[in-house]
Design a protein around this ligand. Structure first.
Ligand code: ADP
Ligand code: ZN
Ligand code: ZN
Length: 736
C-alpha cells in the first residue's frame, strides 16, 4: 500500500483525526501497523502512529513519512479497534490512547553472547541487490542468516566477519530482529502442577469448559485468602496453552514481586515474560523483543500488559481484580478490567477475574449472572480463617493506656516473640506523624503546591508532601503565632516501628513502605529476610497487606482501622473491608492457627464486624442495598469533569459556567443527577486549583454523549475554557 493513515501526537482535540502520508519506498519494509513515525506537519516535524494503510487518497499535497522511530514497535488490527473504542469510551484523544498502548521501547541490542538474531522479512533477489549495493557486510549478514534462519549473534558475526554495528543497522531497517537465545535453556519449566483440592478442581473444570467454547466468557474466581487461586490460574494457563493460545496475567503493581513471577516461570519456563513499570528500559526492550519474536505465550504484568499485541489471545486473568491500582490515573484514564473485558470480547477469549474480596461491581455482575461465579470457600491447608479480635481504643484511654498499642495487642506480640512465631503490624499511613500542628493556635503546616497537610518523617527530620513529593525541614516555631509548641500529631509507620523498638528492645524489626528505598531490589531482600525468619516483626503499609505467603506469621495487628474508614468517598467502606480482609489473610497460612487484632475508635462500625467474620457475602448483601438506596455504582455510572488551572478564580468561574450550561440543557436522560460545581476534595495539587462537576445516570452511553456535546458547546462559547486543563473520568475509583 502506498499510503498510511496516521494519527499525530499533538495535544489538540481538533487534530485528533486521521491524516494521510505517503510511504517512501525505502521505508516500505520497516513500516507496520502501530509503527511510531516522524512526519512533517505544517512547518514542524511531529510524531505519529500508523493506524492503517490505503491504496488511494483524495487529499492533495500528500507528504512523505520522514522516518520510522523504532522498527520493532507494532500493534494489531484488533488493538487499533480497541484504541478507537477506548478513545470513545474514556472520552480522550486517540493519540493519547495510542501513546499508552504502544510502548516506547528501544531496539533491543544484544550485548551478551547469548543473544540470537533472525530474519524478520525475506527479500527478493533484486531487492537484495538494490538494498545492499554499497553495503557488502550487511549483504553477507543477510545471506548467511537467510540460509540458517536464525543464529546466535556471536556465531553470525564470526562466520561473516561483519561487525555488530552492521547487524544493528539491519535491525534498524527492520530486516532482522534480536531475541534471547536459549540454547541451554536454563529457563525450562521445573515444576509440575499440584494435585488440586476438590474445590479447585470444580473451578478449573468450568474454566476449561469456557476455554473449550472459544467464546467471550467472564468468570469470577472468588476464593478466600489462602484458597489456592494461583494454582487454578496456573492450570488454566496450561490448558489454554495446549490449544496454542496466548494469555495475559494481570497483577496489581505491588503484587508483581519476583516471588510471584518465579511461580509462573517455574511452571512455564521462558514462555513467560514479565512486563511492568519497574523494568529497566533495557529489560523492557528485551521483553518486547521476546514478545515480538512470538516465543512468548504468557505475559505477566501490571496495567499496560493488557495491551500486549498477541494475535491468538485465549485467556486473560486479572488477579486481585478489586485493586485500585488497576485504574490508570492519567489520560487515558482507563480501568484495566474494563479494557480486558473489551479485549476478551474482541478475541472471543475467556476473562477470569480473581479475588477474595471482589469489587462491588464485579460481585453484582456475578450475582445477576453476567459473570459465572466459581468459588473456593476453604483454605488449601484446611485451616480456618484466622480469629479476629476488635479492640476498642476508647477503653484503653479510659484505663490510662496512651500507647499506640492496646494491652491485648502488646501481650500477643510478646507471646509471639517467646514462641518464635512472627508478627505483621499494619498501618495505612507512612511517615512518623500524619500532620504537624501548633498546639496553641491550631495551625497545620501544609504543602503550598497541594494544600494538603505535610507528614513528619523522623528519619530525615523533615516534612513531606505525600502527593507531590515536596520536602522542607520540620518547623521549630509556628509560622502563624510564633509558638514553640508546634509538633507532630497522629500516626505513621515510622512511629509504629519506633514504638515497637522501645517496647520490645530485643525484637528484630523490619519496616516496609514507600519510604524504604527499592534500590537493587532492597525491598525484596527485606521480605526475603523476614521469610527466612531473620526478623520477628514486619511493620508496613498496604504494601505488605497483599499476596505475601509467609507460613510462620501467626499474628497480624492493625494499628488503626479508622484512617481508611473515615475517608471521604462512597467506596471507603468497601476499601476498608477489602484491606482488612487482605491483611487478616496474612495470618495463619502455616500449621499454627492465626490471630488478627484490629484496633479502632469506631468498634461499632458494621464494616469492622463483617471484616471480623471475613464474610464477604454478608458484607456484600448489606453494601449493595446501601449503594442502591444512595444511587451509587453499580446502579449508576459516574462521569467526573475535573477542571484544573493556576488561577483559582478562573477555574471556579469556568466550572460554574460549565455547570450552568449542563443544568440548563434538558437532555433525555431520565435519571440524570448533577453534583456540583464544587472545589474537589483536594482543592489544590501541584500548584493547580481543582474544581469539579459530577454527573450520574444509569445510561452511560447517553451520559457520555451529553457530556461530549456540552464540552464542545462550552468551548465554543467561553474562550477561557481553552486555557484550563480538563480531565474526564468515567466511573472513577477515587474522586479526590
Ligand atoms: P490465594 O492466592 O488464594 O490466597 P495461594 O495461591 O497463595 O492462595 O495459595 C496458598 C498456598 O497454598 C500456597 O502456598 C500454594 O502453593 C498452596 N497450594 C495451592 N493449591 C494447592 C494444592 N492443590 N495442594 C497443595 N498446596 C496448594
Ligand atoms: Zn501557632
Ligand atoms: Zn504537595
Amino acid at each position: 500500500m502506498p499510503y498510511a493513515e496516521i494519527i499525530i501526537e499533538v495535544a489538540n482535540r481538533k487534530l485528533d483525526r486521521v491524516f494521510h502520508y505517503r510511504i517512501p519506498a525505502e521505508l516500505e519494509q520497516a513500516i507496520r501497523l502501530g509503527s511510531r513515525v516522524l512526519v512533517p506537519f505544517g512547518n514542524r516535524v511531529v510524531g505519529g502512529f500508523v493506524t492503517g494503510f490505503i491504496e488511494k487518497t483524495n487529499f492533495d499535497n500528500i507528504k512523505d513519512i520522514i522516518k520510522v522511530r523504532n522498527a520493532t514497535t507494532f500493534c494489531t488490527e484488533e488493538l487499533i479497534k480497541l484504541a478507537h473504542w477506548m478513545a470513545e469510551y474514556y472520552m480522550c484523544p486517540l493519540s493519547t490512547v495510542l501513546q499508552a498502548m504502544i510502548p516506547q521501547v528501544n531496539n533491543y541490542v544484544p550485548t551478551r553472547s547469548e543473544q540470537g538474531v533472525k530474519l524478520s522479512i525475506n527479500l527478493q533477489h533484486h531487492e537484495i541487490m538494490a538494498k545492499f549495493k554499497n553495503a557488502p557486510k550487511q549483504k553477507a549478514l543477510y545471506e548467511q542468516l537467510s540460509t540458517e534462519g536464525h543464529m546466535k549473534v556471536a556465531d553470525l558475526l564470526n562466520k561473516t566477519g561483519a561487525s555488530l554495528y552492521s547487524l544493528k543497522v539491519l535491525a534498524q531497517k527492520g530486516i532482522v530482529e534480536f531475541y534471547s537465545w536459549q540454547e541451554k535453556d536454563a529457563l525450562t519449566a521445573t515444576e509440575d502442577p499440584l494435585p488440586l483440592t476438590d474445590e479447585q478442581q470444580i473451578s478449573l473444570k468450568y474454566i476449561k469448559e469456557a476455554i473449550d467454547k472459544r467464546q467471550f466468557t467472564t468468570q469470577l474466581l472468588w476464593g478466600v485468602t489462602g484458597s489456592g487461586k494461583t494454582e487454578v490460574y496456573l492450570q488454566a494457563l496450561a490448558y489454554n496453552r495446549a490449544y496454542g493460545k496466548q494469555a495475559i496475567v494481570l497483577l496489581p503493581e505491588i503484587a508483581l514481586t519476583e516471588q510471584m513471577i518465579e511461580r509462573y516461570k517455574k511452571r512455564f519456563g521462558s514462555e513467560v515474560v514479565a512486563w511492568h513499570s519497574n523494568l529497566s528500559s533495557k529489560k523492557k526492550s528485551e521483553a518486547w523483543a521476546q514478545i515480538v519474536s512470538g516465543q512468548v505465550s504468557i505475559i505477566i504484568g501490571a496495567r499496560s500488559a493488557v495491551f500486549t499485541p498477541f494475535t491468538n489471545l485465549g485467556l486473560i486473568i486479572i488477579d486481585e481484580e478489586h485493586e485500585g491500582g488497576y485504574q490508570q490515573e492519567t489520560a487515558p484514564k482507563y480501568h484495566t478490567r474494563e479494557v480486558a473485558l473489551k479485549r476478551g470480547e474482541l478475541n472471543k477469549a475467556v476473562v477470569l477475574l480473581g479475588s477474595a474480596t471482589p469489587s462491588l461491581e464485579t460481585a453484582y455482575n456475578s450475582s445477576i449472572g453476567h459473570y459465572q461465579l466459581l468459588s473456593l470457600k476453604t483454605r488449601v491447608n484446611r485451616k480456618p480463617l484466622p480469629a479476629v479480635k476488635i479492640v476498642d481504643l476508647r477503653d484503653e484511654l479510659r484505663q490510662g493506656n496512651f500507647s499506640i498499642f492496646s494491652n491485648y495487642l502488646k501481650q500477643q506480640i510478646s507471646v509471639r516473640l517467646e514462641t518464635g512465631e512472627q508478627t505483621i503490624l499494619f498501618l495505612n499511613r507512612r511517615g512518623y506523624n500524619s500532620f504537624f500542628i501548633c498546639r496553641d493556635c491550631g495551625y497545620t503546616i501544609r504543602c503550598k503546591a497541594c494544600d494538603i497537610s505535610l507528614t513528619y518523617h523522623a528519619s530525615s527530620h523533615d516534612l513531606r508532601c505525600h502527593y507531590c513529593g515536596y520536602r522542607q525541614p520540620a518547623e521549630k516555631v509556628c509560622p502563624n503565632c510564633g509558638s514553640l509548641r508546634i509538633r507532630g500529631f497522629g500516626l505513621g509507620t515510622e512511629k509504629v516501628e519506633q514504638e515497637v523498638k522501645s517496647l520490645f528492645p530485643e525484637a528484630r524489626i523490619v519496616r516496609l513502605d514507600n519510604d524504604v528505598s527499592n534500590k537493587k531490589g532492597y525491598r525484596q531482600e527485606l521480605l526475603k529476610s523476614f521469610q527466612e525468619k531473620k526478623a520477628d516483626i514486619l511493620v508496613g503499609t498496604q504494601m505488605i497487606a497483599k499476596g505475601l505467603d509467609f507460613h510462620n506469621v501467626t499474628l497480624v495487628g492493625v494499628i488503626s482501622a479508622d484512617f481508611s474508614l473515615n475517608f471521604p468517598d462512597f467506596r471507603s467502606r468497601e476499601k476498608t473491608f477489602q484491606l482488612l480482609t487482605q491483611v487478616a489473610g496474612r495470618a495463619g497460612r502455616g500449621i499454627v492457627q492465626g490471630e488478627v487484632v484490629i484496633q479502632t475508635y469506631l468498634p461499632e462500625s458494621d464494616v469492622l464486624l463483617y471484616a471480623q467474620k471475613q464474610d464477604f457475602n454478608e458484607f456484600y448483601q448489606k453494601e449493595i442495598i446501601l449503594r442502591k438506596e444512595l444511587n451509587y455504582p453499580p446502579f449508576c455510572h459516574i462521569i467526573r469533569v475535573l477542571l484544573m488551572g493556576e488561577n483559582e478564580e478562573k477555574v471556579a468561574k469556568v466550572c460554574q459556567g460549565f455547570a450552568q450550561l449542563i443544568t440548563s440543557e434538558r437532555p433525555e436522560i431520565r435519571d440524570l443527577k448533577i453534583l456540583g460545581p464544587a472545589a474537589a476534595p483536594i482543592t489544590k495539587l501541584n500548584n493547580m486549583f481543582r474544581w469539579q462537576v459530577i454527573l450520574k445516570s444509569e445510561d452511560l452511553e447517553k451520559l457520555r454523549q451529553f457530556v461530549a456535546a456540552c464540552l464542545k458547546r462550552y468551548h465554543e462559547q467561553d474562550y477561557l475554557a481553552g486555557q484550563l486543563r480538563w480531565s474526564i473520568d468515567i466511573d472513577p475509583i477515587g474522586m479526590l
